[in-house]
Design a protein around this ligand. Structure first.
Ligand code: GRF
Length: 203
């Protein structure tokens, strides 16, 4: 079983959607450890309630490189092969990215490359786009930038506000994050330049 390490900073709904799919056997993996950089992250309790190993590594006031080195060590001690960012509100150091080459995923609530950074749904809403959505991508050393695994689109209606748009996007986030993990673990794929190409189903 492939061992996943989940990093989060808050609510953890993406983590929970993934954990549900792991528990039901539809994601062929196990969650080896859930790590939060804040003690008040609600996702931590959700992990503990599920009986999953969960740890807090407080990041406040710790230099990025020092913090990430500790993170690498802890993830390795749990045998983590894939790192799943699920609302993890910190930029990762180059050393961290190098420690898990092509094995770090993130989800972002916009159709990248539009609206990277914080409050993507609000940014999209304020811009007046008619379609937004979410993106699962590999993580590289730039913010919300690595090769795209999957995207899902959501229409922005006249009756929407940023909150209703966020809710609709979140439903798609929960769907495509799990689906991306399944595909990456069960199909053969390669990254050519920026393109993630699924070649054939494995097994
Ligand atoms: C999600 O909108 C995700 O796209 C973004 O952070 C938010 C995390 O939400 N990266 P949750 O903690 O998974 O509920």
């Amino acid at each position: 079983m492939t061992r996943l390490g989940v990093l989060l900073s808050g609510r953890g709904s993406n983590f929970q959607a993934i954990a549900d799919r792991v528990a039901s056997g539809s994601i062929p993996a196990e969650i080896a450890i859930v790590i939060a950089n804040r003690a008040d992250a609600a996702g931590l309790n959700a992990a503990r309630e599920r009986g999953l190993p969960a740890r807090v590594l407080p990041s406040k006031g710790v230099e990025r490189e020092v913090y990430d080195r500790e993170l690498i060590e802890v993830l390795r001690s749990y045998g983590v092969e894939w790192v799943i960012l699920a609302g993890y509100m910190r930029i990762l150091s180059a050393e961290f990215i190098r420690a898990f080459p092509q094995r770090i995923l993130n989800i972002h609530p916009s159709l990248l490359p539009a609206f990277p950074g914080l409050d993507a749904q609000q940014q999209a809403f304020d811009y007046g786009v008619k379609i937004s959505g979410c993106t699962v991508h590999f993580v590289d050393e730039h913010l919300d930038h690595g090769p795209i695994v999957m995207q899902a689109a959501v229409p922005v209606l006249g009756s929407d506000d940023a909150e209703s748009l966020s809710r609709k996007i979140l439903v798609e986030e929960h769907r495509i994050y799990s689906e991306s993990i399944v595909r990456l673990l069960t199909e053969t794929w390669q990254i050519c330049e920026r393109r993630v190409i699924f070649t054939q189903e494995a097994g």
